[in-house]
Design a protein around this ligand. Structure first.
Ligand SMILES: [Zn+2]
Length: 421
């Protein structure tokens, strides 16, 4: 039997080793996903070895969870007002994937008890251990009715809690709506090649907790005399306004974000249809207005000359396949997540007259309007996959598109609001 005193020492050692390892990992330049893996294996293991051997209380385990989040905050990788549920949920469920130590503990106790009780059926030794353990170890093997001391939230319950929160839940409700690709919207968490600080900031944006003037006034209850946007001075400074509604940010910041997505699509069309073999990194790519090969004609942001006046005659990209007599009108948008479907429909309506005109003028078999719409905080609608398919581009292209949008959105908000916690 381990003496009470030894328990205490062993626990202190485990705690400090865990914290040191956690800090070292956070200090490293690992990507967010690899960092999470390292925490899971290298840091948390120090604690899991002791589960079932040393007695831990629920309070102590929750303290370790809190301490973990606090260390993340020091590295600006977790916003203090961000959803706690998401922090601990697995990455394939839209979470950050940082282990919940209390859940780990509960799982380990349950597994070890199950192991000993099953073994006891056939092994004398295990049977002896089980009957001897009358509260000797945290497993309490002799007590058949000993269950988890208190309920620990399952991933589903934790997700339900996240979903029900008015601010934090908005993101989850959006990506879980029918029109959206829930899994695709969280791909950036699984490919995980962003830095942890960026990932933390994205979570804060999706959770709606960055300190805009309206957030400071309405949620933090601070005294804010003028809640108008610091950029345009016209509209109230809501996060949504900064993400995609500000007239001062539109001509440069939003346009750059938009053009980088358009550039990814444009360059890949050249690869697919025009034999382009040497590609440029997307953030350095500046297309020419016209590219032409024997079978394909590609316009970038170029007015289409028509016989009669057409109001919207400058789509982002126009691709014509001469042999097949097909034209694609491609237009890009990065709206608020709540406006994705509306924007998609607007794009189609906007270019219908031009599509008709091109069909007649250029004697095309078909003219297809392909909106490419991505939410400003990385939300992916099913229609984006459909659009890429129509263009015969590889579906995986949504991943660099999502990353590009997320990085630009982060930098826009950071530039406007300055350094956030
Ligand atoms: Zn503004």
């Amino acid at each position: 039997m381990i003496k009470k005193h030894d328990h205490k020492t062993a626990k202190e050692t485990a705690k400090s080793t865990y914290t040191n390892r956690l800090r070292n990992i956070l200090k490293s330049k690992l990507s967010a996903r690899n960092m999470t893996k390292a925490i899971n294996t290298y840091a948390t293991a120090v604690l899991t070895y002791t589960f079932g051997v040393i007695r831990w209380t629920a309070t102590e385990l929750e303290d370790l969870n809190r301490k973990t989040r606090k260390e993340f905050r020091k590295y600006r990788a977790h916003h203090p007002q961000s959803a706690v549920e998401r922090f601990h949920l697995p990455r394939n469920q839209g979470g950050r994937g940082i282990p919940n130590i209390r859940t780990r503990h509960q799982g380990q106790i349950t597994n070890l008890r199950k192991y000993f009780h099953e073994k006891a059926a056939t092994s004398k030794l295990h049977r002896a251990i089980v009957s001897a353990d009358k509260n000797l170890t945290p497993l309490r093997l002799a007590d058949n009715n000993y269950g988890p001391a208190e309920e620990v939230q399952t991933a589903q319950e934790s997700k339900a809690k996240w979903r029900s929160k008015p601010l934090h839940g908005r993101y989850l409700n959006t990506i879980e709506s029918e029109a959206m690709d829930t899994e695709g919207s969280t791909t950036y968490l699984r490919t995980g090649n962003l830095f942890i600080e960026t990932e933390g900031f994205i979570a804060a944006l999706q959770d709606q907790v960055v300190s805009t003037k309206i957030y400071r006034r309405n949620i933090l209850k601070e005294q804010v005399d003028n809640a108008k946007c610091r950029m345009c001075g016209e509209k109230d400074e809501y996060l949504d306004h900064i993400l995609s509604g500000c007239s001062v940010l539109a001509p440069k910041a939003y346009l750059d974000r938009h053009n980088r997505v358009a550039g990814i699509v444009h360059q890949n069309l050249r690869v697919e249809y025009m034999g382009l073999t040497e590609t440029t990194p997307y953030y350095q790519y500046t297309p020419q207005p016209v590219y032409e090969t024997e079978n394909a004609l590609l316009y970038w942001n170029r007015p289409i000359i028509t016989d009669r006046t057409i109001p919207n005659n400058i789509p982002d990209i126009v691709l014509t396949l001469k042999n097949e007599k097909r034209t694609y009108i491609i237009d890009i948008a990065v709206p608020l997540p709540s406006n994705i479907m509306k924007t998609h429909a607007e794009k189609i309506n906007k270019y219908l007259p031009l599509a008709d005109e091109i069909k007649k003028m250029w004697k095309m078999e078909s003219v297809t309007i392909v909106p490419i719409v991505v939410g400003a905080t990385g939300e992916i609608p099913h229609k984006l996959h459909a659009g890429l398919k129509t263009l015969k581009l590889q579906n995986g292209l949504y991943i660099p598109i999502q990353k590009s949008v997320l990085l630009d959105t982060c930098s826009i908000v950071r530039r406007v609001l300055g350094d956030q916690e």
